[in-house]
Ligand binder design. Sequence first.
Ligand code: C2O
Ligand code: CU
Ligand code: CU
Length: 465
Amino acid sequence: MPDHHHDHSAHHHAAHDHSAHGAVVHGAPADAVAAYSRSYEAAQPDPGRRVVSVELDAVDVDWEFSPGKKTRAWGFNGQVPGPVIEARQGDVLEVRLTNRLPEPTTIHWHGLQIPASMDGTDMVQHPIAPGESFTYRFKLPDAGTFWYHPHMNETVQLERGLYGAIVVRGPNEPELDAERVLVLDDVALDRKGEIKPPGGWIEHHDGRQGDTRLINGRKEPELEMAAGQVERWRIVNASSARYVLLSIGDRPFTIIATDGGLIDAPVTVSEVLLTPGDRVELAVGPFAEGEIVPIDALRYDRKTMARARNERFGTVRVGTAAPSHAVIPPKLRDIEALVPRTAEATREVHLGARMSLKHGVDFLVNKESHHRDQPVKVGELQVWDVVNDTMMDHPFHLHGFFFQVLDVNGEPPAFRSWEDTVNVPPKARVRIAWLPDDRPGEWMYHCHILEHHESGMMGHFAVIR
Ligand code: C2O
Ligand code: CU
Ligand code: CU
């Protein structure tokens, strides 16, 4: 049997037939409810911290990506993106999700190091049926910029607008003049201004790259900023497939944080790559009064069928000057190396593809769709070589645990950081290290190009004691 039985028109992982391959059929384990109850009870705030309660309703909404033009979309609490969830490190976040969509959903807390049973995938919980509610409850162990999105029918649910940012503040944050959250996305609209249904072999290969580019749910908006100030921009790339090689008017800016929070020391550059799923935090400015500064995605050739070019996400209009008290400390935090640079790999994860009569191409891990990988033991250091056997880039995302990038094709990264998503260039080998702490259960990693994820470029593994 040469082909997989994927039905991409009505995609539900649980309905896949992988029986002939020994690959993973999605579904919650028998003890899912008990594990959930245990995690729920165990989630208590640190001394002096509190419980942050949030209600999220996944609903239909007429959303104006551009003023005056309505598009039928889906949004948490009727907005795209959903509300920014703000809390402090050590708080407990309690989110009651009510599903008012016509199909089942869940929420995955991208980047949060929480118990497996709260990870929001259909491997750890039963999908939330239309009309039902489900409450997630967990402690926020890390400061940083994270995001939330469904972990079902992602190519539809995220494209329609179900995603939002999470800001977790730590005790020692750099003091800048102002802060803003920028959630980047793109949508593909048809002539009537409605979101196109997924489909087509080019989209299956490239992932969907829409031509309406959004910041916080608005097409190419104009942001106002005071002259002379330095702002902290928390940026999330929520696109299905778009790589954003971010440029802010070709001016220098300073990276202060990535996926897993502050990096060790600030790094000044004039462009930074955000793959789908990635976050970065920048110190931006100062600019002079009256300047108009473009926010662009520069041409990044990730070897798609569609040609890459420079594209605009928005602009900054610089207003009258305001005083600045911004200080970027030369040292942001201590990040100790998990392993020596020369550590040998303990596992290889191959990102691959195979010709398919049905789809043109299937995307795989270790030659398998929805690969079942070896378990990982709590406390045993993991050094993984993520090897890209294909001719295009893939953003590799690990659920629930931060990793350090040791090298990309033998080259160490420009700075030390904690990541949950890393780009794996064509034919490249990226060596990462991570430590499974005591959060046993079903975990996964996958390509964050949603079409590749859907096609099965993912691996599943248990963390065991
Ligand atoms: Cu943001 Cu499994 O993904
Ligand atoms: Cu899977
Ligand atoms: Cu991919």
